[in-house]
Design a binder for this molecule. Structure first.
Ligand code: ATP
Ligand code: MG
Length: 374
């Protein structure tokens, strides 16, 4: 269970939660444990003023500019995954980034507050540039600057709590720097956000089924929330374990063994009673694996049963929402309208702070009238 840290409840006047995902594919279990689960828990626990969840299509275009159709098709997939996981449009505002033009204007002003070298130092962007195969001159400006646009996404809604995976830490830090710089130059206007990471270490950056560092849509190593039960089992069956654990009697390694990492992320003590009563808990299961005498298939079957407890209800709800696609677009449209109103209010504040609200600035007009009057 995630708890909103104590200082939010004592210091912040309002609790505004915001987070989003790129529509570059359906959502996977890495998204779920890294961020989605936390949002749904926060939503259902209440005690916040606003919860915004958005589909970052404009950001997805920064590295999918040649494949806009992929982004367009995946907007609904992500929306379905949201609803399937239990995000409730009566409690949360679900919207699409590109429909909020105020975000572009904020980004444009924030760009003056960040240096090119600062952007080039962002470790997540650096890794992503390598993964995408962009080199030197071919890096799109929009891609390099997406952390700035992310600062706009967060500040436009005055979000102070951002539940995301660990790879997003540099983005939140960049946003905080922009907020401080803006407030320093123009006076207190923007709210500094805090990252809310999953409490469970295995969920910070869930590895892919191939054992690679991060489960990621772009790497093809995902278990999707919408995979069928059979697909889930096939993927678990083929998963990387400990390459030194060849025969059942061999001692095995648990560290870096993805099957155990997933158990760390999904398994709760009560699962043993239900699916593997011969072990009291995960520690005992791990101890047996280390000693030798515990086969991979047995552990994988247990993992499958454990994950299905989470995935089966999500899959069922998704199928229901899939029967009413126009209704899902209506939910997003209503969310966009609400979101736009909030972003416009912040943009008004920003323009006023920057003193570029010329026509409302009667003092300026009067002062200049005096200056020029003969
Ligand atoms: P892409 O490859 O297009 O960047 P992605 O799979 O990395 O896609 P994002 O949309 O970039 O997904 O990330 C959405 C959210 O999910 C972010 O908060 C991110 O931190 C979190 N997240 C993504 N992958 C993981 C993972 N493997 N473990 C934990 N959290 C993750
Ligand atoms: Mg990503």
């Amino acid at each position: 269970m995630h708890h909103i840290p104590f200082y939010y409840t004592t210091m912040a006047k309002e609790k505004i939660i915001l987070t989003g995902d790129r529509p570059t594919g359906r959502l996977h279990i890495g998204h779920y444990v890294g961020s989605l689960q936390c949002r749904v828990e926060l939503q259902n626990a209440g005690g916040y003023d606003k919860l915004y969840v958005f589909i970052a299509d404009a950001q997805a275009l920064t590295d999918n500019m040649e494949n806009p159709e992929k982004v367009r098709q995946n907007v609904i997939e992500v929306a379905l995954d949201y609803l399937a996981c239990g995000l409730d449009p009566t409690k949360s505002t679900l919207f699409i980034q590109s429909q909020i033009p105020e975000l572009c204007e904020l980004t444009f002003y924030y760009m003056d507050l960040v240096s090119v070298s600062r952007l080039q130092r962002n470790p997540t962007v650096k890794t992503e540039i390598q993964m995408r195969g962009f080199e030197g001159e071919s890096i799109p400006v929009g891609f390099l600057t997406y952390p700035v646009s992310q600062a706009a996404d967060i500040t436009a809604f005055r979000a102070n709590i951002v539940p995301v995976g660990e790879d997003q830490e540099p983005m939140i830090e960049q946003t905080r720097e922009i907020v401080r710089r803006f407030n320093h130059i123009y006076g207190p206007t923007l709210v500094e956000p805090e990252i809310l990471l999953p409490g469970n270490a295995a969920c910070l950056r869930l590895p892919g089924t191939d054992g690679k560092a991060k489960m990621s849509k772009s790497l093809g190593n995902c278990i999707y929330l919408s995979d069928s039960a059979d697909e889930v089992w096939q993927k678990i069956r083929g998963m990387y374990t400990d390459p030194g654990h060849l025969r059942v009697q061999d001692p095995g390694k648990v560290e870096g063994n993805t099957v155990f990492t997933y158990l760390d992320a999904f398994c709760r003590p009560e699962h043993f009673g239900r699916y593997l009563p011969e072990y009291p808990d995960l520690d005992e299961l791990k101890a047996h694996y280390r000693r030798g005498g515990l086969g991979d298939v047995k552990v994988k079957k247990f993992l499958y049963a454990v994950m299905e407890e989470t995935l089966a209800p999500i899959r069922e709800r998704r199928t229901e929402f899939e029967q009413d696609i126009p209704g899902v677009y209506d939910i997003l449209k209503a969310g966009c309208e609400q979101a736009r109103e909030a972003a416009a209010a912040t943009l008004d504040d920003v323009r006023r702070a920057m003193k570029i609200n010329y026509f409302d600035d009667l003092e300026l007009i009067e002062e200049q009238a005096k200056k020029f009057r003969k």
